[in-house]
Write a protein that binds this ligand. Structure first.
Ligand code: DLZ
Length: 161
């Protein structure tokens, strides 16, 4: 994936997602950002062959709830990968640090516990503009990048089976 534009990549380098099933968990905090991330992820999965009925989208109240929402999808959702989308914007207190730390460690733990890809699509920004720039704005869409990563990781796992 490119680092400057999150939506730019070599289309042909991405395997087909025709036979893959995805869960997407989306935080409802900062919805103008997170819903745009979710749209990007869904459209990218579809571009690579996934059908609507192979993509389950679920919502949680805030980013702190993302790891558990993702675990529910892994336990009950019959998915090959879970894409985790949220946006935490720096405020005046240390709340930001605690949420980011909890979500990051939570996602890492899920990857290793389930031996399945849980993709980190959490924007952690200083302000709303930086987040919008990465949710379909001038730096592309982190949701697109997360979807491509999910497809590649499912394909990588299958290459061992
Ligand atoms: C409480 C809180 C704050 C201050 N900021 C954000 C944020 O920027 N992004 C986000 O996704 N969620 C935020 N939350 C909510 C927490 O993630 C969580 O939902 C609540 O603390 C309840 O557990």
């Amino acid at each position: 994936m490119a680092t400057k534009d999150l939506s730019q990549y070599d289309f042909n380098s991405v395997p087909s997602a025709e036979n893959m099933k995805f869960g997407i968990v989306v935080a409802e905090w900062n919805p103008e950002v997170t819903f745009a991330l979710a749209n990007g992820a869904v459209e990218t999965l579809k571009k690579h062959g996934a059908k609507e009925n192979q993509i389950a989208v679920k919502y949680v109240p805030g980013s702190f709830e993302l790891p558990l929402g993702a675990q529910f999808l892994a336990e009950y959702g019959d998915v090959d990968a879970v894409i985790i989308l949220g946006c935490v914007i720096q405020g005046e207190t240390r709340h930001f640090d605690y949420i980011c730390e909890g979500v990051t460690q939570g996602i890492k733990d899920l990857n290793l516990k389930y031996n399945k890809p849980f993709i980190f699509g959490l924007l952690t920004t200083n302000n709303q503009q930086q987040a919008l720039d990465r949710a379909g704005g001038k730096h592309g869409n982190k949701g697109d990048e997360a979807a491509v990563t999910a497809i590649k990781m499912v394909d990588l796992k299958r290459s061992f089976q």
